[in-house]
Design a protein around this ligand. Sequence first.
Ligand code: HEM
Length: 547
Amino acid sequence: MAAVAQALGSSGAATQSSDFGGWPVMAFEQLEQRFLTMAGLTPSKEASDVLRIVVFSAAFAVAVLLAHLIKALGRYVRNSSVLSAFPLAPGSNILLGHVLPLLKCPSQGKGAWDLMEEWAKARGSIVRFRVLGTHGLVVNDPVAFKRIFQTRFKIYAKDLSLSYHPFMPILGTGLVTADGELWQKQRLLMGPALRVDILDDIVDIAQRGAARLADKLEQYRGTGQVVHLEEEFRLLTLQIIGEAILSLPPEECDRVFPQLYLPVMEEGNKRVLRPHRKYLPSPAWFAFKWRMARLNSFLTNLIRARWQARQAGKPGRGDILDRILAAIEAAGTKWSAAIETQLCYEMKTFLLAGHETSAAMLMWSVYELSRHPQQRDKVLVEAVRVFGPSGSNTATRPAADGMVYTLSVLKEALRRYSVVPVVTRTLKEDDQLEGKAVPAGTMIVCHLQGVHNQWSEPTAFRPERFMPGGEFDCFEEGVRPYMFVPFIQGPRNCLGQHLALLEARVVLALLQQRFSFKLASKLADPGQRHPTVIPVASIDGLPVTIE
Ligand code: HEM
């Protein structure tokens, strides 16, 4: 620094002794000579050229950085002013925005999404908030959902920087996190397999899975021993999705996934609140890398072997992967390493999207039925109709579809507990919500839970809301689809929703018919929701005793 100051001092002297037109050049040349001497280099034309390139490059880099800063500042000021039409959420700090109240939520026993719902209740159906330099809107309005999810969904892109970020090494360009043309192509390719083709088989896969779990639970009947049902549901839904997408036998699911897949998910969840874990080369970091590599190679080998078997004319297994491979073949697409990688992302996406969400829905449903014997009786009536009085009949698809009350229990669990409480988007172009301008770059938090709590007596558990003529049917036609959004709506809605509701209907009814679950009272209230993990399960799981 002293040397630079000295050099600048002498340039000042040069300035005074020069005429106005020539001084900058002379001053620069003198500075150049001084720098070269100070650096121990002999002044020469080559050395000057190198120094000039370095100086001009540095000046260019600083200018670009400044231009970016000025642009970002301009955008920040503009966005602040445009968004000021929306009410500001309480608790904002001039520097950090709403960072502190959001960070404090877990220690107060609530999720950041619960705080956002409080903001909306206090200030209006769309409220403005800020996290450092990023502006966001919490949207709690079904009419706005229609615009975001349906009519203008293309400009409301997935926000990969926030909720999905820690899971990107797992999900990559899989369907949940893909965008643009790739998403469209993959959705077209895989949609039919999940929405239609596999559903007939799901009834059977789910019934076998539920029967296996029931046999396992039998040993605890009448013993008073506490069973952690949430853990059993997690393993069961993983087995069901493993069989549905890859025909994996349950033993292989139990061997591979708890070893490789579940620990990487756990690490992903830890990284949501502690993002530095992604960069710190700790033992957990290495374990994550190692497991990811093993999981990828397990899945890629399986996908490749399946493709080769198809090419050799061997009969397919009829699972979701098989149906996707058939669609690739029918489209005449040439097989490549890129396709293998993409399919590997898709399989991991189905595993992630398809098991914990369903397990949480089952968990909340069992929790509520354990507290509402009359509702449970109605589920039992349907179970006897479908599985017979002994519970051993094989269910058919139409019979499973006919369990409308059990379906209503599942839907009410999704409404009451909003296992996915929010989804986030980033606005790509300027738009309007509730008639007010919203600038591009704004983060949009779609508050699914907030809308679910706009129903009458929202904390009451009433499956009848979803029965014909119930509260759901009474909403005005235009907003009705946006009043119940556990799977969101529109072109990016959940591809596995029919699979999830069918699978869970079979599992819930069959287990209720076979057992009576009693909430283990000595443990904390299992109805308390987890404050940091999505899908939201109970903070203490679901400890039960079995009769
Ligand atoms: C109760 C169970 C489930 C719930 C509550 C649920 C919820 C959701 C939600 C809210 C989204 C939208 C996410 C966003 O826009 O950011 C979504 C997307 C998705 N879900 Fe589910 N899901 C469930 C089960 C499943 C199952 C069983 C599967 C697959 C087997 C699945 C596969 C997907 C896929 C592939 C997407 C991305 C669709 C796209 O972007 O085109 N989900 N799910």
